[in-house]
Ligand binder design. Sequence first.
Ligand code: PNS
Length: 169
Amino acid sequence: MHIAVYPGSFDPVTNGHLDIIERASKLCDKLIVAVLDNPSKMPMFTVEERVKHLELILKDKPDIEVRSFSGLLVDFAKSVGSNIVVRGLRGVTDFSYEFQMALTNRSLDSDIETLFISADTQYLFFSSSQVKEIALFGGNIDNMVPRIIKDEIYKKVVKTQGMQKSGGI
Ligand code: PNS
């Protein structure tokens, strides 16, 4: 059985991520979407919230599992019986970072293979960071994120702004 791991921050998950998830899941028997639990990255959504978003969106896909992980990706992959890491590539700007990460992971565990999937052209130009910035300024994120998390993003942006104003963060 081929198990692949698609790791990321998913803060928040975008339609670009979902496209990669759907396409990657067709290449393996089971795809594990692995959400990085790394509070030092100061995510907008907690790891529990990000896992919940993905679970909600992927609830009808029995071959896709959502998990959180901390520590090294290669250790997580091994713990779930996988040696395949999937990453999406939006272009040359992603490439140097992704290539370095793939080489680092192979230097940590020579069994690990990274499978790059090119992003669909309609998703080439946006990222989780852009989604957050656009939402912060009240812009339209309809085409960028799944409908069921859109309102959560706007709510979180308002909450985060309120906390910043009151000196909370
Ligand atoms: O969506 P992102 O933030 O680009 O995902 C990055 C991620 C989570 C894949 C990467 O930061 C990661 O694998 N972190 C776990 C720590 C690790 O294994 N580091 C060594 C490889 S760079």
